[in-house]
Write a protein that binds this ligand. Structure first.
Ligand code: COA
Length: 374
């Protein structure tokens, strides 16, 4: 019996959704570098992940309509968001609870036939950006803005955050970020979703569980900590090398660096780096890109680690005007597409996921009645 701590290099399933081979990430066989170069829309990627092929024009039009028709959330959800914002909850906990609540109000929540499972997928995918944008406004004392039917997911999300239609570069940046975060093989939150629904639990439970896993700083929660770090360096006017060296000497993790699977760099990071440079320049927030580049250089020289997807997404989201503690929620708006694709795949060929553990605790202990215990 051998243990692979953290399941490193353990293959637990076959999947047709995405692959990471030799540091190349592909969605259903399409290299993400090509998808980004071709300016693919996030909606096309969602369709690809769910149907395992790209849509034609008519199919994409219908899919966009289905998403748009399901974007609005009920007054009950808005009321619940208003109640949750008074508490000192992390916004990811608010999202987790709200997605769970969507299930409570979905009359199809407990149905498990393929068509109703797919319809629940559409509703979840469509409503996530609306929930995040509404929460962002409510806690600023503003009223939520309903989605506009004619806008893409990326444009609608930015519109619902600010109340104004975003400029072309901002929409491009948001769309690219959504495309790059959509799926990533058996990452921790996706695996969580699959473990959950492999018990034949429902779609809402699977996505709620996945949000809980994404929240952690070793996974999606890293993007928020990246910006905290940049702000700390900026506020203290620290020398970047000294700051990074201090972290290394004190065995602290540098957020946005390193990866379990990619040892030679995350292929998504370079696209976000380019976008960070363009967008921060346009928004006169260049100092965050420049500081990020300095951090990247220092981490490479001092620890030989490369940035992952979370590193440059932080300055991109900041330049888009998104609050730092909402960064991981933006990640969820995209990754829910991958979670749902994996949930569908798991249901199609299910087997309970139930690994083993090697027991290393005490053996053969004699029970002592409570009255006799010291
Ligand atoms: N900062 C400093 N050191 C790091 C590091 C980081 N971000 N990532 C890895 N390392 C070091 C570890 O300290 C360890 O060094 P050691 O052998 O000298 O002790 C070695 O690299 C292996 O790290 P480990 O944490 O065991 O790798 P892992 O595969 O379990 O972890 C991550 C992968 C992603 C959890 C890890 O790189 C990390 O914590 N990164 C920061 C959080 C982050 O950005 N998460 C988002 C991932 S997309």
């Amino acid at each position: 019996m051998t243990v692979s701590k953290g399941l490193e290099n353990v293959y637990v399933a076959e999947t047709s959704i995405s692959s990471i081979i030799d540091s190349t990430l592909k969605y259903v066989g399409y290299d993400i570098n090509d998808l980004i170069e071709q300016q693919v829309s996030f909606e096309e990627v969602v369709y690809l992940l769910w149907h395992l092929r790209l849509p034609n024009k008519a199919e994409l039009k219908k899919f966009n309509e289905e998403i748009n028709e399901n974007m609005a959330v009920s007054e009950t959800i808005i009321t619940s968001l208003r109640m949750q914002h008074h508490q000192k909850l992390h916004p990811m906990s608010v999202l987790r609870t709200t997605v769970s609540m969507l299930g409570v109000f979905d009359t199809e929540a407990e149905l498990d036939d393929g068509e109703s499972v797919y319809r629940k997928g559409i509703r979840l995918q469509a409503k996530m950006p609306t929930i995040v944008a509404a929460f962002s406004r409510i806690r600023r004392g503003l009223d939520p803005i309903p989605p506009k039917k004619e806008l893409s997911v990326a444009a609608n999300f930015l519109y619902m955050l600010t109340g104004e239609e975003a400029d072309a570069l901002s929409v491009e940046a948001m769309n690219k970020a959504l495309v790059l975060h959509a799926d990533h093989e058996f990452n921790a939150s996706t695996f969580t979703a699959r473990v959950c629904v492999a018990t034949l639990s429902d779609v809402y439970s699977g996505v709620t569980a996945a949000i809980g896993a994404l929240k952690g700083p070793l996974h999606g929660g890293a993007n928020e900590r990246v910006f905290d770090m940049l702000e700390e360096i900026d506020a203290q006017s620290s020398n970047v090398r000294d700051y990074i060296q201090y972290k290394i000497d004190n065995k602290q993790k540098i957020m946005g660096f390193g990866h379990r699977v990619y040892r030679n760099g995350d292929p998504r990071a370079k696209h976000l780096r380019v976008m960070s440079e363009r967008l921060t320049k346009e928004k006169q927030e260049e100092k965050w890109y420049q500081l990020s580049v300095e951090v990247e250089q220092a981490v490479w020289e001092l620890k030989h680690l490369r940035p992952n997807v979370d590193f440059y997404s932080a300055s991109v989201y900041h330049a888009l005007g998104i609050d730092v503690d909402l960064f991981t929620l933006v990640f969820s708006v995209s990754r829910v597409s991958g979670w749902l694709a994996h949930i569908f795949e798991q249901y199609r060929d299910n087997r309970l996921i139930r690994p083993r553990a090697i027991y290393v605790g005490p053996e053969n202990r004699k029970f002592i009645p409570i009255e006799e215990r010291l």
